[in-house]
Write a protein that binds this ligand. Sequence first.
Ligand SMILES: *[C@@H]1O[C@H](CO)[C@@H](O)[C@H](O)[C@H]1NC(C)=O
Ligand SMILES: *[C@@H]1O[C@H](CO)[C@@H](O)[C@H](O)[C@H]1NC(C)=O
Ligand SMILES: *[C@@H]1O[C@H](CO)[C@@H](O)[C@H](O)[C@H]1NC(C)=O
Ligand SMILES: *[C@@H]1O[C@H](CO)[C@@H](O)[C@H](O)[C@H]1NC(C)=O
Ligand SMILES: *[C@@H]1O[C@H](CO)[C@@H](O)[C@H](O)[C@H]1NC(C)=O
Ligand SMILES: [Cu+2]
Length: 354
Amino acid sequence: MAIISKLTGILVLLNLILPLASLVGGSPTYSPWCSLKCKRPLIRKDWRALSTYEKGSYIKAVQCMGNKAKAKSISGIPGLKTRYDDFQGIHSVQTPFIHWVGHFILWHRYYIATYEKMLREVCGYDGAQPYWDWTVDNKSGKAMNKWPIFDNNTGFGGNGPYVDAPNPFSIPERSGGGCVPKGPFTLPNWSVNLGPGDSLAYNPRCLTRDFSAPMMKWATSDLYAWVMDVKKYEDFAYRLERQPDFTIPNVHGAGHFGVGGAAGTFGDVYASPGDPIFYLHHSTLDKMLWTWQKRKLPQRLYDVGGPVVPFDYQNLQGPNITLSFQIGLGKLAPNVTLGEIMNLQGDILCYDYV
Ligand SMILES: *[C@@H]1O[C@H](CO)[C@@H](O)[C@H](O)[C@H]1NC(C)=O
Ligand SMILES: *[C@@H]1O[C@H](CO)[C@@H](O)[C@H](O)[C@H]1NC(C)=O
Ligand SMILES: *[C@@H]1O[C@H](CO)[C@@H](O)[C@H](O)[C@H]1NC(C)=O
Ligand SMILES: *[C@@H]1O[C@H](CO)[C@@H](O)[C@H](O)[C@H]1NC(C)=O
Ligand SMILES: *[C@@H]1O[C@H](CO)[C@@H](O)[C@H](O)[C@H]1NC(C)=O
Ligand SMILES: [Cu+2]
């Protein structure tokens, strides 16, 4: 309660100050909720809206994150060599505590913002983290391998060739599973070093993809709108993840299993950030949350809920999250409370979506 009233106080104050600031030549990007520490938010755009040059600089920076001479590991997790591994490793270590919980989307919000910061600070990237709006690809009616994000030259490369593989969840029409054959994320220039599963041992191998068109077909603007059509954060968070059931459509699973299928890196719950597309897909989910928040301000700026313990929707094992709930990324960034990262233009985060 103390936090809420303090924040509301600040918002009221900003409401008074900021119109004055814009009169004396403040940036037009100022919004009433925007902290004075966030003067020029990074603007995150859909992948297809980037110029070829911008796409190239983003990919170059991601490749740099996977280069131990340029971006050495700092996580202290034994065996990890690069900063890119650090992110995959931190996700793997925390996987059992950050999915099907109230803070799922907020943990990933902070994770991506930290990744974006390192792309910029360690790898000289001067843009923002892009996102992947799959609703546009769905509407295009084109086959997945023709989607701009999977372009061999200006994107992340496409599907792997078909290989036989176990399919324990019966993912329909899996069509690949082999190494991504072309593009910037192929051996020897790029390797996935951790996994499969929760293994943190150094195990460099190719990035694999295993497209499942039926899973990807969940990623529609109708399902997107359904997630957004709720009044409370806890319901939003629930609809975003829904249940780990391959017969129940959910937008989060659509990206993971539409691209990763049964044998692709992106379909591996622990090791999925080994596919650089992870960060674009999760930015889309974050954009959904921010768009939902902005539909009703200031209330939704500080609304949270949902269980601390995975799947514990009845609170049999623990409480719900609150604004003072703490999340962390090991040595990659300081711990924050959820209250501190609800606002995309606050004291800690400073970006926006178009
Ligand atoms: C888009 O989604 C609809 C509904 O699931 C599906 O029928 C259609 O095939 C999808 N289009 C593409 C290109 O995946
Ligand atoms: C991308 O490259 C692979 C391997 O050469 C090829 O099979 C595939 O058709 C290419 N994709 C497109 C869309 O041209
Ligand atoms: C690896 O990167 C180098 C330098 O950017 C490039 O010349 C080469 O074609 C790449 N190799 C593959 C297999 O993509
Ligand atoms: C958790 O949130 C739900 C939904 O708002 C609520 O019904 C429940 O009482 C809360 N549980 C606890 C332990 O506060
Ligand atoms: C940071 O948060 C984690 C929970 O994610 C907790 O285990 C750890 O003790 C915290 N570290 C500090 C320094 O507060
Ligand atoms: Cu995750």
